[in-house]
Design a protein around this ligand. Structure first.
Ligand SMILES: *[C@@H]1O[C@H](CO)[C@@H](O)[C@H](O)[C@H]1NC(C)=O
Ligand SMILES: *[C@@H]1O[C@H](CO)[C@@H](O)[C@H](O)[C@H]1NC(C)=O
Ligand SMILES: *[C@@H]1O[C@H](CO)[C@@H](O)[C@H](O)[C@H]1NC(C)=O
Ligand SMILES: *[C@@H]1O[C@H](CO)[C@@H](O)[C@H](O)[C@H]1NC(C)=O
Ligand SMILES: *[C@@H]1O[C@H](CO)[C@@H](O)[C@H](O)[C@H]1NC(C)=O
Ligand SMILES: *[C@@H]1O[C@H](CO)[C@@H](O)[C@H](O)[C@H]1NC(C)=O
Ligand SMILES: *[C@@H]1O[C@H](CO)[C@@H](O)[C@H](O)[C@H]1NC(C)=O
Ligand SMILES: *[C@@H]1O[C@H](CO)[C@@H](O)[C@H](O)[C@H]1NC(C)=O
Ligand SMILES: *[C@@H]1O[C@H](CO)[C@@H](O)[C@H](O)[C@H]1NC(C)=O
Ligand SMILES: *[C@@H]1O[C@H](CO)[C@@H](O)[C@H](O)[C@H]1NC(C)=O
Ligand SMILES: *[C@@H]1O[C@H](CO)[C@@H](O)[C@H](O)[C@H]1NC(C)=O
Ligand SMILES: *[C@@H]1O[C@H](CO)[C@@H](O)[C@H](O)[C@H]1NC(C)=O
Length: 761
């Protein structure tokens, strides 16, 4: 076998090839090795005036440091935060405090439990995304946290059953990019470094880390797919200024993400002009010199393979002093970029389990959480306008998801992580407001559906009956509406094995068989199929209630009773059967020592695959009902005057953070009119889909949400940038704008296209 001349080749990799019996190159599975890209491009601060100043201050500081002090800053220590970088006591630098994220500060008390990233995505509302980031930023700042470990844009949700899909806004890169951008701007606007994660291709939990079986999974993805799908949302985060990026656990083309020079030195730091620092996911570092030279800047949560070894490696020339200086300079540049030297208080992260002073950073975020909560609820069925409820006097509640967890909450560090009462691992015995693992949060309280509905029934002078745990509850003869609550659970560290569970489906069917007006409310950490009961004649309404955070019950009641008109839309295709998701339904199971996951589907995940294969979904991507209806009219496409439409961006312009600046030039502005033709006020998230030649039949390339009173009309606008219209050219290694005719559609979902037109480049 011919060996690539790459210092990436670890002994382990070679061993793996031997073990797997590969004798020649054509037998190396699929893509093989990640191409070497060395050395790391040093952060320069040249891409914006704020970065320039930050780099000036960082370099001044670094010039005063000893070798030992520099090395000390590149790794984690035990301390009050989830991650604590080394400090420089001699010069008064206290080090950086890192905290989980991404749906609220996880760990301390007197913080808010925000809706999960998936839920925020379901609002399709850029203003709410920005407000979410700002509120998070205020809480991190209040607790003295330097780095918030979010937002999440990867795993993007390639694998339908993957365990962490709910942490971000789902499998569409455009929607995910807009959300990451808004959150980064919001968080960093408060002086906190956003750490966008996970870079890159961490699309499943199964074998994400090395284990007794062998190395971690290798995500093998072609260059065009990396650009058009997986790196895309991170470009928005970078452009918004994200000061940190977290490298991920698994391997890509057989090289660990935190030592993959193609991903870090190549794509991130050179092509996308990243000025900040790369931090490893917790314990994701698998080698010393390789990680340093591939572009890792800080290892967490401890010294990992660095510490004294890194000092030695610098002394013996395996790692250059320039590389070490660059690590520290990048870290301090982000710190100065956000003025943390002067504005940020010292970290005050108190464990809820010991006595401590009160530091309440919640402000009035409960209001925003409730607003996002209701805006992210998706109404998918509403026979004969059974909703909104019209002051029913007799209400019944069924199901394990209606009330808070039935056992004591013994792990104050994370809600939603208690597997002890999950049945079959697919559900959470208690109301689900967030998924499990490090992306979970620490609610100060939870408004359960039961509490909020009970308060409403009391106000209406009604009668409430309930049975949370029976699978076949005794029917309530007088009830006007039976509300059934179920959920679908998912967590970091394991993938789902089904998109539904029998206990819940049977419960729903049992209730429906005895109650002619049954409403199903479903909290789910990812897509959940509903075909076991969706067409049941007695099931009159169904709400996908997402993962709404601490104000769950209030947000639901606002929608159920019509105080808020539902306007959430699906961020996943809901299939009729699990199998309809095809090869990407399950995580890749490979028991070999060097497991491989070949992303042969390219960009064809979720609606792109359903559209290509002509599979009828139960509910399409972008779908959601309202209590009113909207009419679309008057699509107009205006080419921006003077927009240059050459095939490639100019070659004499240098990149800024996020990539080539011309990728963001607006080439076309598409507008349309939306009119509320129903009887009540409501909001509509209009969506623009673009048919790019040689690409999927349609892809989301714009969304705009407008609030309209009855009979009111508003204009929605979608600015199409060069990137929105381009494909990745693997030969030119550049985004290419094809000279062609593009189909443009504006509609209420990916399969409800109301206005169709074309544009020509
Ligand atoms: C390399 O592997 C391929 C595929 O198994 C096989 O067809 C070919 O004969 C092998 N070549 C050599 C030189 O062994
Ligand atoms: C993985 O290999 C494919 C095929 O050679 C290549 O297109 C892609 O850029 C590689 N990605 C990484 C991260 O090495
Ligand atoms: C390294 O950082 C640790 C943790 O903040 C600190 O205790 C120690 O004094 C630092 N060492 C040096 C040499 O500055
Ligand atoms: C932070 O600012 C103080 C006072 O302005 C200064 O003395 C100190 O050196 C600065 N620290 C760093 C790390 O720049
Ligand atoms: C240094 O390298 C050795 C292996 O050579 C490893 O066991 C150790 O954990 C590394 N890290 C530190 C901080 O010494
Ligand atoms: C340099 O030091 C590192 C860290 O101890 C060690 O792993 C490496 O083998 C050394 N290289 C040489 C050429 O001595
Ligand atoms: C919905 O309304 C239609 C027409 O009035 C009626 O035939 C049907 O029975 C109603 N369905 C339910 C579930 O109430
Ligand atoms: C959920 O928890 C309750 C209270 O502990 C228990 O009665 C019930 O059996 C549990 N449900 C399942 C399906 O495990
Ligand atoms: C997916 O995984 C489930 C549960 O592990 C298994 O039963 C099923 O056969 C798998 N389906 C496919 C399409 O691989
Ligand atoms: C619907 O509910 C009624 C009770 O009101 C029941 O008689 C009927 O069988 C139910 N329909 C089905 C399909 O279960
Ligand atoms: C697009 O058109 C709308 C409506 O005329 C306008 O408000 C908006 O500023 C335009 N956007 C761009 C980028 O030209
Ligand atoms: C909406 O317009 C229609 C037709 O012009 C009119 O009959 C109706 O009263 C209007 N509704 C509202 C709420 O203004």
């Amino acid at each position: 076998m011919k060996l690539p001349a790459s210092s990436l080749l670890t002994a382990a990799f070679l061993l793996g090839q031997a073990k797997a019996g590969w004798t020649n190159e054509s037998e190396v599975p699929f893509y093989g090795l990640s191409p070497p890209v060395y050395p790391t491009l040093q952060g320069s601060g040249s891409t914006s005036p704020t970065w320039t100043l930050a780099y000036k201050r960082a370099r001044e500081f670094v010039s005063q440091l000893t070798l030992e002090e520099k090395v000390n800053m590149t790794n984690g220590f035990t301390g009050v935060c989830v991650g604590n970088s080394g400090s420089v006591p001699r010069l008064g630098f206290k080090g950086l405090c890192f905290e989980d994220a991404p749906a609220g500060i996880r760990g301390p008390d007197f913080v808010s439990a925000f809706p999960a990233g998936m839920h925020l995505g379901q609002t399709w509302d850029k203003k709410l995304m920005r407000a979410y980031g700002k509120a998070l930023g205020e809480e991190y700042h209040g607790k003295g946290v330097n780095v918030a470990l979010g937002p999440v844009g990867g795993g993007i949700g390639r694998v339908t059953r993957a365990g962490r899909n709910w942490e971000g806004p789902g499998p569409d890169p455009y929607l995910t990019g807009e959300q990451m951008e808004a959150i980064v701007l919001g968080v960093q606007g408060e002086g906190v470094i956003a750490c966008s994660k996970h870079w890159l291709l961490n699309e499943q939990e199964y074998r994400r880390l090395p284990s007794a079986l062998g190395e971690s999974m290798s995500s093998n993805v072609d260059d065009a797919t990396i650009h058009e799908l997986y790196a895309w949302p991170f470009m928005n985060a970078l452009r918004a200024g994200t000061g940190a990026i977290m490298c991920s656990y698994q391997r890509a083309n057989n090289s660990y993400s935190c030592q993959n020079s193609k991903l870090l030195n190549g794509l991130l730091k050179t092509e996308l002009g990243f000025e900040g620092f790369v931090v490893s996911d917790w314990a994701a570092q698998q080698s010393g010199i390789s990680t340093a030279n591939a572009g890792l800047d800080i290892v967490m949560p401890n010294a990992g393979w660095w510490g004294k070894n890194l000092t030695q490696a610098v002394n013996n020339g395996s790692v250059s002093i320039d590389r070490l200086d660059d690590m520290v300079t990048r870290t301090l540049a982000s710190y100065f970029f956000l003025d943390q030297n002067t504005t940020l208080p010292s970290p005050q992260i108190f464990s809820p389990t010991v006595q401590h002073p009160i530091l309440d950073v919640r402000g009035d975020h409960d209001k925003l959480i409730r607003e996002i909560g209701s805006a992210g609820h998706i109404l998918v069925k509403n026979t004969n306008n059974t909703l909104p409820l019209k002051k029913p006097r007799y209400v019944s509640i069924f199901g394990f998801d209606a009330e808070v967890k039935p056992v004591p909450w013994t792990n104050p560090l994370r809600y939603g992580g208690g597997y002890e009462v999950n049945f079959g691992w697919e559900t959470f015995n208690g109301t689900l407001i967030v998924g499990g693992g490090s992306g979970s949060n620490t609610p100060s309280y939870i408004i359960s559906p039961f509490k909020a509905i009970q308060d409403r029934v009391i106000a209406d002078r009604g009668v409430l009956r309930w049975d949370f745990y029976s699978q076949d509850p005794v029917p309530e003869a007088n009830t006007e509406v039976a509300l059934v609550f179920i959920n679908a659970y998912a967590s970091e560290s394991f993938d789902r094995t089904s998109l539904s569970d029998e206990f819940s489906d049977t419960l729903v069917l049992n209730v429906a068989s005895k109650h002619p007006n049954t409403v199903v409310i479903l909290h789910s950490a990812g897509p959940r199929v509903v075909d076991a009961w969706i067409e049941h004649e007695n099931i009159t309404a169904v709400i996908f209630a997402g993962l709404p955070g601490q104000e769950s019950g209030h947000a639901l009641v606002d929608v159920l009773y019509g105080d808020v008109n539902p306007s959430g839309k699906l961020i996943h295709t809901i299939a009729k059967r699990d199998e309809d998701y095809g090869n990407v339904l399950n995580s890749t199971v490979d028991q070999s020592a060097f497991p491989q996951s070949d992303f042969t589907e390219g960009v064809y995940i979720d609606y792109r695959a359903f559209d290509r294969d002509g599979i009828e979904p139960r509910f399409s991507f972008g779908y959601g009902l309202s209590y009113t209806s909207f009419e679309y009219s008057g699509i107009n496409i205006a080419q921006t005057t003077g927009a240059h439409t050459s095939a490639y961006p100019s070659s004499d312009v240098s990149v800024v953070q996020g990539g080539h600046p011309e990728l963001w030039d607006v080439l076309f502005n598409v507008t349309a009119s939306i009119t509320n033709v129903g009887k009540v006020a409501g909001a509509e998230a209009a969506q623009l889909y673009l048919g790019i030649p040689t690409a999927p039949i349609r892809q989301l390339r714009g969304f705009d949400k407008v609030f309209l009173k009855p009979n009111e009309t508003a204009t929605v606008a979608f600015a199409l940038t060069r990137r929105d219209l381009s494909i990745w050219d693997v030969v030119a290694q550049q985004w290419k704008l094809q000279s062609a005719v593009y189909n443009v559609s504006v509609g209420a979902s990916s399969r409800d296209l109301r206005l169709n037109s074309i544009l020509s480049v």
